[in-house]
Write a protein that binds this ligand. Sequence first.
Ligand code: DSN
Length: 430
Amino acid sequence: MAAAVGRVRTIVRRHSERFERSIPLIASENLLSPYAKELLISDLHSRYAEGLPGERYYEGNEQVDEVETLCLELARRLFRCSFADVRPTSGTVANLAVLKALTEPGELVGTSRLADGAHISSAAFGAFGLRGVKPVYYAWDAERMTIDVPRTREILRAVRPKTCLFGLSLFLFPMPIDELRPTLEEIGARGWYDAAHVLGLIAGGEFQDPLREGCSVVSASTHKTLPGPQHGILLGDGLPPELAQKLQSGAFPGVTSNHHLHAMAALAVSLAEHLEFGRDYAHRTVENARALAGALHAKGFDVVAADLGFTRSHTIAVRVEREGGGEAVARRLADAGIISNKNLLPGDKSPKHPGGIRLGTPEVTRVGMGPKEMERIAGLFDDLLHRGRTTAEVAAAAAELKRGFTTVRYCFGAGEAAYRYYDLVGRDPS
Ligand code: DSN
């Protein structure tokens, strides 16, 4: 089996080298800082700590308690709120904890459709289905890429769900929570916001702040625009104590047994770093998204929401039917070293044939790229998809562009290698 160990190491090394040469444009991905990454291989990885600091079911948790207490303080400070729980192990697990706390099986919950950009948590085959709640879909304004407020008011008044979820995975513009707030109050519904995509932008002051706009609970993953570890978080402000307690018991024992202590410690570092560097990082991430969208538009690509300035987040969407459709284009780009994903866009005829691709700037910003590099990336798209340059030529140009951008920024220890395989033991076993 030594050969298998060596083989896994080789494959992961190849993966790391590939990403070092590539232009990573997945909107939900990012890079960890060196100080956060180091904690993922600390001894915390080997331990159990069920419960809350000071109320554990295992011995040996004194240092874990200190780290988790600090992590909670940092989360409350970064998001200017009174409640945090850092035990959900992912965004979907955080959503399940909220569903357990706020809903009962059989209830109706307001949300957006998958085809309008919602996360799979809202689907019958996702977290909603697991909790046994049924979606009530908001009306969608495909021109403005956001909820259609007047029609949604009518739907909510007719159906009266007790919980309304806001937040998307194709998240171009803030959601009209402020405008819907009077209707939520009228029908007695609680606002819940899935901030996974925009968490770092909210903290950096670049996106709507759902806790200030009337949502009482926020759930999120912590590794997209917040450049932290793969993990989850719950936030709230001024919650009634019984609701805070329900969220905590939703997290444990509801949907986790142990939480992932190494990731929680890495999250504490990422939150501290975002307090220090997050405003600048969030600003540049959005600036880059708009620059990339503008440059693609100028090269004849059908970038969604051109009349509205393309985006106010880290994400843009491009209709690529003319270039061969979402699936074919995403594959061609990946072969040429540009990593994106195919994406359903409103109006697509079949969910099996997405007409678009989704592009995000969290990672290219994290390695120090700016608007000039966004122009160059748009040029690579044009060369490959409009001008007939070969895959090999574009891959070489992408790798050349990336050569100057392989270290992380906006963190302590900035300038450290970002993609390298961490070779702890050196040789392969024999
Ligand atoms: N699937 C992720 C995304 O790419 O948006 C969210 O969990």
